[in-house]
Design a protein around this ligand. Structure first.
Ligand code: 3HC
Length: 679
């Protein structure tokens, strides 16, 4: 866990805990002992601390947070490092995150490779830096820069860290870091402690940070605790400030929000793993990607690959549509560059990798082809039959369908083993989720290649089996059905949307319908009015695009409740013979959120999702489920499965005649086991 080595008069302490040198008990204990030993060893003039493998250190071992602390606590270790009478230098490569950076802050000097990342991401898992980070960082780099890092959780590059005084020296490269660190350390005569510095700030700074981040931090406990702790660094001694920090840390770490955020951290990582697939499976090389369809979706999908340096051929049927698609891709890149997130060279390079064409046969040299055409089975089957004739042997053939059966699409080819679904979410260049849909005949290496590629292009992949709507959209169905039924029974779009937004969703079911288009799936060739959707569409209320949907919209797309919609609902209610009644917020929760949990449990029961936490990842990364509630399945556990089953039973008659509570959900409730350990 700790490797010590003497290089002449410099004592090197190496943290060894693969894969990320997390500060589990043996590492903490080893570090503390090594620092103590070095104090009394006359052969030692100064000390270097570094990390083995890919990085310096990713911080505390997050898996330990559910159990009582085993001494020595990390802050004790950091204090001992800082108290060292001999100079201590942190030699940083890869990443120094959380407790890892706190160790480096306890060191007297820091040397880092230019591309190393330094950050305090604790806030992202619902806590704050608990080993002195909120006290030493502001003392070292000032309150504003420290708040920036601690409240956002975003790491900064070592070059920037050197500019603001967090890093004292940049090493030439990773290979020479060890030697350069030792040489640098040899030049140092005395310790220099961040804890000895003092820092001041105008109290208005703290209010400003809270106000500037108000939208992002709404409903979250950790960010305001971060601000409070940093404030303490300006008014208290190091020891008192640290005591305050620890008290705030203790309050957060055992709370519901931190538990939920830890859960989603590990859920995201386990979603990338496919049960039953050999670890060393050979992957198919993907050097070139073809995209069929240059619409909003096709264009967005292609940007993911272009940005990762993978050439893309994009195919359309009409020149005009192709030009429009390429223009949109260019516009999106230029907008990103204008925000300073890409350089002009990066934009030029990405666009240079794009080949727009009307010639379907150019797809012949692509290793992966993604179809992003209309959501229509006949069209998709035709395309896949054509692809079968053109694509090279071994090419992966993917459909971006959101609902349709991958097995049926695959049946249009003679190579169903090479076919799978890659369901991107809109806007495809932004949304992190990728549902990787495994057909009955999809080959294991096709699946494994797609999962790895997804991570390469910065997506969070989740495997889904074949069913209507896969994991995410399938769970929208009971939500939407019940939301519309509730309108007939007496609720308003505003009430239902408010219940969802105060829960933490970015928008409610009707705001979402208006954004996506109320007319999706509407049969405009008939004038039969069978649903509220038909009634709205028949009056041209197709959503934001016609400035009228479930809400009225002004020119800036600002919604207001609509009297016309209230009348449409009243008329439809009368035609259906439904009696208007009071509907409580609680009923809305049961019928639109608990029914989603139930659908998630059915998805699990049918083996469509590999694990309950995969369902959470889909909702957290694809639909904006509030991260501090993890995802619907984890949230269900916090609410209590027994309560959910009982409430669903109570409302069963209203939920729908063919509604059934999932057997798996009932079993978990009865046996009091969480959904991710379903019997
Ligand atoms: N504790 C425990 N396990 C961790 C961990 C941590 N801090 N960080 C990563 N891991 C595990 C992951 O779960 C994963 O396990 P698996 O292989 O079994 O799935 C493995 O290490 C590799 O992680 P990634 O897949 O994320 O590897 P990447 O190379 O993509 O990313 C990373 C590396 C950027 C370091 C990323 O893992 C990361 O961001 N880690 C978390 C950093 C963090 O939040 N640190 C703060 C911890 S809290 C703290 O320090 C409190 C202190 O103030 C007292």
């Amino acid at each position: 866990m700790i490797k010590n080595q003497l290089h002449g008069d410099i004592f090197e302490i190496v943290m060894v805990n693969p894969p990320v040198n997390a500060l589990a008990y043996p590492v903490r204990q080893g570090l503390l002992q090594a620092i103590i030993d070095a104090q009394t060893d006359d052969a030692v003039k100064a000390i270097v601390i570094r990390g083995d493998g890919q990085l310096f250190c990713a911080g505390a071992d997050i898996t330990e947070f559910d159990a009582p602390v085993v001494e020595p606590d990390l802050h004790v270790v950091v204090d001992a490092i800082e108290a060292s009478a001999k100079p201590v230098v942190a030699a940083i490569h890869g990443s120094a995150l959380g407790g890892g950076l706190e160790i480096a802050l306890g060191c007297h000097y820091r040397i880092a490779t230019p591309d190393a990342k330094l950050g305090l991401p604790e806030v992202l898992i619902g806590i704050l830096p608990g080993a002195g980070g909120t006290q030493r960082l502001p003392r070292l780099i000032g309150v504003e820069a420290a708040l920036d890092m601690i409240v956002s959780g975003s790491p900064i590059a070592a070059r920037r860290a050197a500019e603001i005084g967090l890093v004292d020296r940049l090493a030439s490269n990773e290979g020479s870091l060890g030697e350069e660190a030792i040489a640098f350390t040899r030049t140092l005569d005395a310790p220099r402690r961040a804890g000895d510095l003092s820092v001041e700030a105008d109290p208005a700074v703290f209010e400003k940070v809270a106000a500037d981040n108000a939208r992002k931090i709404k409903g979250l406990d950790a960010p305001s605790a971060c601000i409070e702790a940093v404030k303490a660094s300006t008014t208290m001694s190091l020891a008192d400030g640290q005591a305050k920090e620890r008290a705030l840390f203790a309050g957060l770490v055992s709370g519901e929000q931190a538990k939920a955020l830890r859960h989603i951290f590990f859920a995201e990582r386990s979603a990338a793993k496919i049960d039953g697939l050999p670890k060393d499976i050979a992957l198919r090389p993907i050097a070139k990607v073809g995209i069929l369809g240059a619409g909003t979706m096709g264009g967005g999908i292609s940007m993911n690959f272009l940005s990762a340096g993978i050439p893309v051929t994009i195919v359309e049927m009409q020149q005009e549509a192709l030009d429009r698609g390429v223009r949109l891709v260019r516009k999106n890149y230029e907008a990103t560059a204008a925000k300073g997130r890409l350089t002009t060279d990066q934009v030029k390079n990405a666009l240079g990798l794009l080949t727009p064409t009307l010639d379907f046969d150019t797809l012949a040299d692509c290793d992966l082809i993604i179809e992003a055409a209309y959501e229509n089975m006949e069209i998709k089957k035709e395309i896949f039959a054509r692809l079968d004739a053109v694509a090279k042997p071994g090419a992966i053939l993917a459909s971006n369908t959101s609902y349709l059966s991958i097995d049926e699409i695959a049946s249009a080819t003679k190579r169903p083993q090479d076919v799978l679904g890659l369901h991107f979410f809109s806007p495809a260049n932004v949304m992190k989720l990728l549902e990787v849909v495994r057909g009955a005949k999809t080959a294991p290496d096709v699946l494994a290649t797609s999962m790895q590629l997804a991570r390469k292009i910065g997506k969070v992949p989740v495997v889904s089996g074949v069913c209507y709507g896969f994991i995410g959209n399938r769970m929208l169905i009971p939500r939407q059905k019940n939301a519309e039924a509730l309108l007939l029974e007496g609720a308003t779009p505003e009430q239902i949307d408010r219940v969802h937004t105060s829960f933490g969703m970015p928008m409610g079911p009707f705001q979402m319908a208006d954004l996506a288009g109320v007319d999706i799936g509407w049969h405009r060739d008939t004038d039969r009015i069978e649903s509220l959707q038909d009634a709205l569409c028949a009056e041209g209320r197709w959503g934001q695009k016609t400035k009228a949907g479930f809400y009225d919209y002004d020119d800036k797309r600002k919604p207001t409740p609509s009297a016309a919609v209230a009348k449409i609902i009243d008329d439809f209610r009368a035609r259906k013979g439904v009696t208007k009644r009071e509907t409580s917020d609680e009923e809305i929760v049961v019928r639109t959120l608990y029914t989603m949990v139930n659908e998630g449990a059915l998805i699990l029961e049918e083996g469509i999702a590999q694990r309950a936490s995969d369902v959470d990842v889909v909702w957290a990364y694809g639909y904006g489920w509030p991260r501090h509630r993890s995802g619907p399945m984890f949230w269900a556990g916090q609410v209590g499965l027994t309560k959910i089953v009982a409430d669903l039973g109570r409302y069963a008659a209203q939920i729908g005649s063919n509604f059934a509570v999932s057997a798996l959900l009932k079993r978990c409730a009865e046996q009091r086991v969480p959904l991710d350990r379903a019997p």
